[in-house]
Design a protein around this ligand. Structure first.
Ligand code: ADP
Ligand code: MG
Length: 337
């Protein structure tokens, strides 16, 4: 097993927002997330919108700082870096691909010029910048299209140019945030194939956020983020017949906590507490004896009881006339005003 390139422990990121009335609210984007990525691994991240995926990428890419926890990338502790060291980390070690990759590109420049431009801005001299840009176009399989203006390229080809730019600094880590979000399925497939090819050829570690659950086919491993924490992990398992299939595993956090799938909690009518038993087959999690009624120990059981009592009372004619009497006098008072 290769060394981890990324080792994250108990990541916490809190955003403080000021509301219109001057109050401040906190958003916990990461709530104790643990994650490890091997050197050379191609990792997929899935999760509902707002679960913290982009925040995680921004932290790993040195675009955003943690509120708590520790993020090590290649032995550098990102929280300990000064502003200038973090800038250097981002510039030298990381490549980014965004969902709207082409938005950062210039429509009237050609493919090769678009790649050459940031190299020139970074201080590379004209001829060597052009040579490097052509080399990068080769890497992303776009050399024949080098002299086409960006606006003459398809969405998938434009995203290839964006990948080329992301590779310009020879990063050790490529971060992609929904890189296929605006592409149709078959074009998305070609981008994933390209990323896989680069991962293999360059040994480049990749973390790819996707809304597509089918991403498991394209990467080594998929982790699911839920509410700012790692919830599950899908791994590829080789079968004895040579084929392979995917298995979804629940993830323990550093303290040994595990999140149970919501469907199972509903199926077994489990609410707040469980019994945990050791059995020869493994650990058995069960609804406690005597907690048979649905909602009995649920968090809102008090409110539910009160609502049920009110509903029963309303079915009682004398309570109903009382309520009606109250309503009538209220309406009369209104009409007198
Ligand atoms: N710059 C920010 N300021 C305030 N809140 C933010 C900021 N970025 C993200 N958030 C909030 O943090 C949570 C996680 O966001 P994000 O990481 O973008 O999720 P995802 O990429 O999974 O959709 C969301 O509730 C989002 O509104
Ligand atoms: Mg996002």
């Amino acid at each position: 097993m290769t060394e981890p390139l990324i080792l994250c422990e108990n990541l916490v990121k809190i955003y403080r927002l000021n509301t219109a009335n001057g109050a401040s609210v906190e958003v916990q984007a990461l709530q104790g997330l643990d994650i490890t990525v091997r050197d050379g691994e191609m990792l997929g991240i899935v999760g509902a919108s707002g679960s913290g995926k982009s925040t995680l990428l921004n932290v790993l890419g040195g675009l955003d700082r943690l509120t708590g926890g520790r993020a090590l990338v290649g032995n550098q502790d990102l929280s300990m870096l000064s502003e200038s060291a973090l800038d250097a980390y981002r510039r030298d070690k990381v490549g980014f691909v965004w969902q709207h990759g082409a938005r950062n590109l210039i429509p009237y420049l050609t493919a090769v010029e678009n790649i050459q431009l940031p190299l020139t801005i970074a201080g590379q001299a004209g001829r060597s910048a052009r040579a490097r840009a052509l080399e990068l176009l080769d890497l992303v399989g776009l050399r024949e299209r080098r002299d086409h203006r960006l606006e003459e390229l398809s969405g998938g080809e434009q995203q290839r140019v964006a990948v080329g730019i992301a590779l310009a600094n020879r990063p050790q880590l490529l971060l992609a945030d929904e890189p296929t979000g605006e592409l149709d399925t078959s074009t998305a497939q070609t981008i994933y194939d390209l990323l896989r090819d680069l991962n293999k050829r360059l040994g480049l570690t990749m973390v790819i956020v996707s809304h597509d659950p089918g991403i498991a086919r394209h990467v080594d491993r998929v982790v699911a983020v839920r509410d700012g924490k790692l919830a599950s992990e899908t791994v590829r398992v080789q079968r004895s017949d040579g084929g392979e299939h995917h298995v979804e595993l629940a993830v323990l956090d550093a303290a040994g906590r595990v999140q149970l799938p919501r469907e199972y909690l509903e199926e077994f009518n489990i609410h707040r507490r469980v019994t945990i038993e050791s059995t020869p087959e493994g650990i058995l999690i069960r609804k406690p004896e005597g907690e048979a009624h649905s909602g009995e120990h649920g968090p809102s059981s008090k409110e539910q009881e009160a609502a049920e009592a009110e509903a029963t009372a309303l079915r009682n004619p004398s309570r109903l006339s009382q309520v009606w009497g109250g309503l009538k006098s209220m309406l009369q008072k209104r009409s007198r005003r």
